[in-house]
Design a protein around this ligand. Structure first.
Ligand SMILES: N[C@@H](CCC(=O)N[C@@H](CS)C(=O)NCC(=O)O)C(=O)O
Length: 263
């Protein structure tokens, strides 16, 4: 089994979490997304959307992180990560779908706050060439705007508002449950973790700390050995520090934006 992935990509983290929970060994092919590895022709043949992760297993290619995780749970069911009960399985997929819906908003926030300063230090034509290769027009235009305008980009506050709506719903669920579906850590919890971790890394940790049940869930997930194997061990401290420094540069704007969305 081979995983094409990236250290900090949320979608890669959620697949690595499932691989770790299931103790599945894999060969790692890391892509540098800021250098454009995802646009190389050989990779585009595997994943024409030019995104990570991509899983290769038994000679077949699997894309889309949520579907990769479903595949892994179907193909390697010894450690099951879907609830046995049909209604709880529906609940698990409901959360996965909502979390997938948050993904573009997470990208907007991450680029506007944390990735932008690094890109601004590079030659403008190099960054333009990178963005121009994004196959999807909407994603390309949003990326361009977020790199130009940062937290002042028109999409930024909407992205923050989307986080608030979802995190409120999660908080309500977790007020009286340990996990998002059923009685155990499932694919839905694996799907959520990277997005909660991301807001922690980019100066938006109040979105979690203001929601005690979500914060307690986050702590529970971080206590799992799979979190260490799949996420923590891969995170270079320099990158975490860079994200924190970038967030500090826009601290006041973030406080304004949070207050504008009622936080
Ligand atoms: N729906 C896809 C989304 C994958 C995705 O957007 N991956 C990001 C990293 S989390 C990526 O590869 N971005 C490449 C880029 O921004 O150029 C999935 O769930 O696999």
């Amino acid at each position: 089994m081979k995983l094409y992935h990236n250290i900090i990509s949320t979608c890669s983290q959620k697949v690595r979490l499932v691989l770790a929970e299931k103790n599945i060994a894999f060969t790692s092919e890391l892509l540098d997304l800021q250098r454009g590895d995802q646009f190389k022709p050989a990779y585009l043949e595997l994943n024409p959307n030019a995104v990570v992760p991509t899983l290769e297993d038994g000679g077949r290619i699997y894309t889309e992180s949520t579907l990769i995780n479903e595949y892994l749970d179907d193909a390697y069911p010894e450690i099951a990560m879907k609830p046995a009960d049909a209604a709880e399985r529906h609940r698990m997929r409901y959360w996965c779908k909502r979390i997938d819906g948050l993904h573009p908003a997470c990208g907007i926030q991450t680029y506007a706050i944390a990735v932008r300063p690094g890109l601004q230090r590079r030659p403008a034509d190099e960054v333009k060439a990178l963005v121009d290769q994004i196959p999807d027009k909407t994603r390309r235009e949003i990326r361009r705007s977020v790199i130009d305008l940062g937290v002042q980009a028109p999409s930024f506050r909407g992205a923050l508002a989307e986080h608030v709506v979802l995190f409120d719903a999660l908080q309500t669920r977790l007020d009286d449950h340990d996990w998002l579906a059923g009685e155990a850590f499932s694919l839905a919890d694996a799907a959520l973790l990277p997005y909660v971790l991301r807001v922690e890394h980019i100066g938006l940790s109040s979105l979690v700390s203001d929601r005690p049940s979500l914060a307690a869930w986050f702590k529970r997930v971080q206590d799992r050995p799979a979190y260490t194997t799949a996420v923590a061990e891969h995170l270079p401290q320099a990158l975490v520090d860079n994200f924190a420094k970038a967030a500090a540069l826009v601290e006041e704007e973030l406080a304004d934006a949070l207050s504008a969305v009622g936080q």
